[in-house]
Design a protein around this ligand. Structure first.
Ligand SMILES: Cc1c2[nH]c(c1CCC(=O)O)Cc1[nH]c(c(CCC(=O)O)c1C)Cc1[nH]c(c(CCC(=O)O)c1C)Cc1[nH]c(c(C)c1CCC(=O)O)C2
Length: 345
């Protein structure tokens, strides 16, 4: 296929600067959409929604129908992996995820990556259906959480502002914590590989809590596991682009990119595009990074900030996105307005 007929997202990820950047938004399927809330109310709980090919396909397609994004991200969650490993995972309405915490060698020893492929069959079925149903120019993105971020939820038992239990375990029992990380690397490779085999064209690794590490700890718990996943996926599926999202990693982002070998990096809102351009090679596509709350605000504030971001990224490979996921209070019409600004110049 000649380059110009390739899908816009794939062109940008291969390092091409497009006059209009491809655009999708993290959490583009979700509670801000009335049609999502309707399907969500039909499902017994959030995990059921993720494991139902009918419902998960439907909610993945909703934002594509409504807005015509350039990419579609599989509807699932980073916490399906702990579930597949045998940890108890629940989503409590209005409170978020609750897991039976794993805090010692015995609990971690019971987790097994052996059943991941079998466990994820319904998710792979969703991926196959999406590839059949998505419009031709829309790229399908598969994803997983990075081992560190998933481990923080597994050790804490829930989301936490400082990931204290996981950080403490990494200091006090690094060998035990290392066993958990190794199991997560194996499970994540298997899971992502299954998504690609089913039709995912691009992969994104979410490392939502990649902040606050000393260089040595960053190397061991963020870089090394991420590189192991990237290397193995490249060996199994050459040519599938990988986007890394080391959220809040700040000055460590360029090293993350160079050392893990990701094709693109998703930037959180605090990263200055001018700095990112200076410190990362042109060949690395930059994704991001509008403030999700600016999208809630809308109007002139959003228009001005969006133009500033587009100007800041002009002339280099860029995928327009937010700096983190869409929040539930986002007015759906602000997303249409955003797309008009991004595409209308
Ligand atoms: C940390 C994390 C999780 N999940 C995810 C991350 C990494 C990105 C980030 O930092 O936000 C990733 C994720 N979660 C979801 C997707 C689907 C695809 C998409 O982006 O549209 C993706 C890519 C659906 C979801 N995952 C969740 C929802 C809302 C649940 C509901 O509908 O009741 C959705 C649409 C639930 C979830 N899942 C998670 C939490 C902490 C919560 C509760 C908080 C919240 O509700 O926003 C774990």
């Amino acid at each position: 296929m000649s380059r110009s007929t390739e899908k816009p997202l794939l062109r940008a990820l291969s390092g091409e600067a497009l006059p209009t950047p491809p655009v999708w938004l993290m959490r583009q399927a979700g509670r801000y959409l009335p049609e999502y809330r309707k399907v969500r109310a039909e499902a017994r709980d959030f995990l059921d929604l993720c494991y139902s090919p009918d419902l998960a396909t439907e909610v993945t397609l909703q934002p594509i129908r409504r807005y015509g994004f350039d990419a579609s991200i599989l509807f699932a969650d980073i916490l399906l992996i702990p579930d597949a490993l045998g940890q108890q995972v629940r989503f409590v309405a209005g409170e978020g995820p609750r897991l039976e915490p794993v805090r010692d060698a015995a609990a971690i020893g019971k987790l097994s990556a052996a059943r991941v492929g079998e466990h994820m069959q319904p998710v792979y079925e969703t991926v196959r259906r999406l590839r059949r149903e998505l419009p031709g120019q829309v790229t399908l993105i598969g994803f997983a959480g990075s081992p560190w971020t998933v481990a923080t939820y597994m050790v804490e038992g829930r989301g936490s502002p400082d990931q204290k239990q996981a950080r403490l375990m990494a200091w006090t029992a690094p060998d035990v914590f290392g066993v958990l990380i190794d199991k997560l690397v194996a499970a994540t490779v298997e899971y992502l590989s299954g998504q690609v085999a089913a039709g995912a064209e691009v992969l994104q690794l979410f490392d939502s809590w990649a902040q606050g590490f000393s260089p040595a700890m960053f190397e061991r718990w963020v870089i090394a596991p991420t590189r192991a996943i990237v290397d193995e996926i490249r060996a199994r599926h050459p040519g599938v682009p990988i986007i890394g999202f080391p959220r809040l990693a700040g000055a460590q982002i360029p090293h993350y990119v160079a050392a893990t070998g990701v094709d693109a990096v998703s930037l959180d809102t605090g990263v200055d595009p001018a700095w990112a351009r200076q410190v990362m090679p042109e060949s690395v596509c930059l994704q991001g990074n509008l403030d999700p709350l600016c999208l809630v605000a809308g109007g002139e504030a959003m228009a001005a900030e969006t133009r500033r971001l587009l100007d800041g990224m002009a002339g280099r490979a860029h995928v327009f996105n937010l700096g983190h996921g869409i929040v539930p209070e986002t007015p759906p019409e602000h997303v249409s307005a955003l797309l008009e600004i991004v595409r209308g110049r």
